[in-house]
Design a protein around this ligand. Sequence first.
Ligand SMILES: [Zn+2]
Ligand SMILES: [Zn+2]
Length: 228
Amino acid sequence: METSSREREELRASRIKERPSWYSPLGHLLAPTAFGLGISALGVLLLEDVRPWEWLTIPGFWIFSNFIEWHAHRDLLHTRSKRAPILYEGHTLNHHMIFPAHDMAVRERGEWREVLLPPLAVVMLVGLLVPVFAALWFAGLPNVACFYMITGALYVLSYEWLHLSYHLHPKSWVGRRALIRFLRRHHSVHHDPKLMQRWNMNVTVPLWDWVRGTVADKDAAEEALRPR
Ligand SMILES: [Zn+2]
Ligand SMILES: [Zn+2]
C-alpha cells in the first residue's frame, strides 16, 4: 500500500478542502479531554474508604486497556469491515497515507483533525466502559468500579494526547521530550505501509507489543525511518 508523494499531497489537499470553516483544533483536543477528566473526577468523588487491595486494580485495568488498544488498532482500525468501514477509512486510508513513517508531523494545527479521534468516538469509548462499571458496582465493588472508569477514561485521553504529540514537529517543545521521542519512534515505524498491518500496534506504551512479539525488528525499523 505504498503511496506516491503526489497522491499523498492530493489527499492532504482534499482533506484540507473538506475541513469545515468552524473547525477548531484546540476545541477538538480540549472538549473530549474535559469530558474524560469530568468522568474521572466523578469517579474520584464516588470513592469511599478504599482498601489497599482495591488500589492494585488500577495497574490491572491499565494493562487490560493496553491489551484492548492493541486489538482495537489491529482488528478495527486496520481491518476492513462492512459494519464500521469508517474506522478503516479514517485510520488506514487517511491517517496512515497522509503521514508516512519518515514524515509524521502535521504542517498546521488544522491537521490535528487527521490525528485525533472524532470527539464522539471519545464519548463512545468512555461509554463502552459503562457495562463493566455497572456490573462491578452492583456486584458490591463500587471502588473497583470507579477505578475501572477512571483508568479507562484517562487511558483514552492518554491515547489522544500521546498520539498527537508524536505527530507534532519533532523539533517542537513537546516533540523534543525524551519520552515522546522514544514513544514516537515506535509509532513512526508502525506508519510504514509495509509494517502497519502487523507491527508496533500499541500507540501509547508498547507493553502488549512486547508481550505479543509484535515490535518491529531493528533493521525493519531503520529502513522504515530512512529519510526519503
Ligand atoms: Zn499516527
Ligand atoms: Zn495504525
